[in-house]
Design a protein around this ligand. Structure first.
Ligand code: ATP
Ligand code: HSE
Length: 292
């Protein structure tokens, strides 16, 4: 038996829709694999009752199929499904790393990114890799059709998760099909600023680069209280705030020592709109870890 821990992740970071992602240091999924004649799946933990055990409908089933690695796969969920914290990706990433080792397939971590992305296609219809890349490699990642680039970064983060559900499939349905040249120029500028900030571990620059005039405004309506939560986080000292992945979690980049105030302000702002929320005090974290 082989065990792998894969972390929650936050995709997009505002200006990098379907491109940027960052590993959080918590929460995480734990996946255990054993060789078997055919793939079977058992799910326990947070939100387990909403997650199918049918290999055709679970992200890890698609990964086992892609690696031709049938196994009994036990998933202990730490990342709530439909959270915007890369729940489906955490399981897929852990399964890709675990089955690659179990069957000695010899793929590099970078090669496992598109394999794990096959799992994402099962749930949202698209094999986007912006959550699985940081869940496998750790740090801040940039995915394009040509591959993945990762940058080690060290920044204080808060991920605030309200007690509502937004499915990635629904959130992709409201993304505008076209952008104006003005919005394109603003987005490129912000994305470039964010990458420079990550390379320099500069939270202020990262926060500035998180602004996004296209996807985030279209999705904000799916999260009750989103504008108030952003305002509260900024007033409490956050350098930047945006929707985490497809939501409903909201990600804030903080100054050193500033996470607790930001977390409290975000939870209180959600609760003022009648929605309970939890906040994870986090940082940019590591990718998947193998335990033998
Ligand atoms: N191993 C898995 N873990 C979690 N969810 C899974 C898994 N396999 C299938 N699913 C399904 O995927 C859906 C959740 O995925 P979704 O992409 O909507 O949320 P997320 O992964 O938390 O968010 P995001 O990708 O925005 O960060 C649920 O319907 C769930 O049943
Ligand atoms: N980039 C994806 C992440 C969610 O899986 C989205 O925002 O739809």
């Amino acid at each position: 038996m082989l065990t792998v821990r894969a972390p929650a992740t936050s995709a997009n970071l505002g200006s990098g829709f379907d491109v940027f992602g960052v590993a959080l240091d918590r929460p995480a999924d734990i996946v255990r694999v054993e060789k078997a004649e055919r793939t079977t799946i058992e799910v326990t933990g947070v939100g387990a009752r909403y997650i199918p055990e049918d290999p055709e409908r679970n992200t890890v089933g698609a990964v086992a199929e892609a690696l031709d690695a049938p196994a009994h796969i036990r998933i202990d969920k730490g990342v709530r499904p439909a959270s915007g914290l890369g729940s489906s990706a955490a399981s897929a990433a852990a399964a890709a790393v675990a089955l690659n080792e179990l069957y000695d397939r010899g793929h590099t971590r970078e090669e496992l990114v598109p394999v794990a992305a096959e799992g994402e296609a099962v749930v949202s219809g698209d094999a986007h890799a912006d959550n699985v890349a940081p869940a496998i490699l750790g740090g801040f990642t940039v995915v394009t059709d040509d591959g993945v680039t990762s940058v080690d970064a060290d920044l204080p983060l808060v991920a605030c998760l309200p007690d509502i559900v937004v499915s990635t499939r629904d959130a992709r349905g409201v993304v505008p099909e076209r952008v104006s040249m003005t919005d394109l120029v603003a987005t490129v500028g912000n994305a470039a600023t964010l990458v420079a900030g990550m390379a320099r571990n500069d939270a202020r620059l990262v926060g500035r680069g998180m602004d996004d005039p296209v996807v985030t405004p279209a999705r904000a309506a799916l999260i009750d209280g989103y504008d108030a939560v952003c305002e509260a986080a900024r007033e409490a000292g956050a350098h930047g705030v945006t929707i985490s992945g497809a939501g409903p979690a909201v990600l804030a980049v903080c100054r050193p020592g500033g996470r607790r105030d930001v977390a409290t302000a975000m939870v209180d702002a959600f609760e003022a709109t009648g929605t309970e929320a939890v906040a994870y005090l986090s940082r940019v974290g590591e990718g998947s870890t193998v335990y033998r």
